[in-house]
Design a protein. Structure first.
Length: 116
């Protein structure tokens, strides 16, 4: 990987590389050992959790708190404007990913949305 990148004029910044692996996975490659090792349950890609675990739970709780705060604020503006703002901000791909990964939390989301 490093050699192919060099052939193309690319260099990998090892200090920013992460190795996502299951706990107990033994890595022997010296290059991969130099990467920051992250358990799979804590893995994120573009600030969105990749797998169920602690990070997903924290992200979900944060988004529900944001929705609760938004419902309080949206009550003070017109219905059409509130709907547009809600759809634009809460229908983001990150939230949809959390919904798919945390399907049992859909009832909480539904309750929050019907409170609007």
């Amino acid at each position: 990987m490093m050699d192919v990148g060099r052939d193309w004029g690319l260099n990998i910044n090892v200090s920013k590389c992460q190795l996502i692996a299951q706990p107990g996975c033994h890595v022997t490659d010296p290059t991969l050992l130099s990467f920051q090792q992250i358990p799979s349950e804590n893995a994120e890609l573009l600030c969105a959790p990749l797998f169920p675990g602690t990070v997903l739970d924290l992200t979900w709780a944060k988004r529900c708190d944001e929705l609760t705060r938004a419902t309080e604020r949206l009550a003070s503006i017109g219905a059409q404007d509130a709907l547009i703002l809600l759809r634009a901000s809460f229908s983001s791909p990150k939230v949809l990913h959390c919904c798919i990964a945390r399907h049992q939390q859909i009832t909480l989301l539904s309750r929050l949305l019907t409170a609007i």
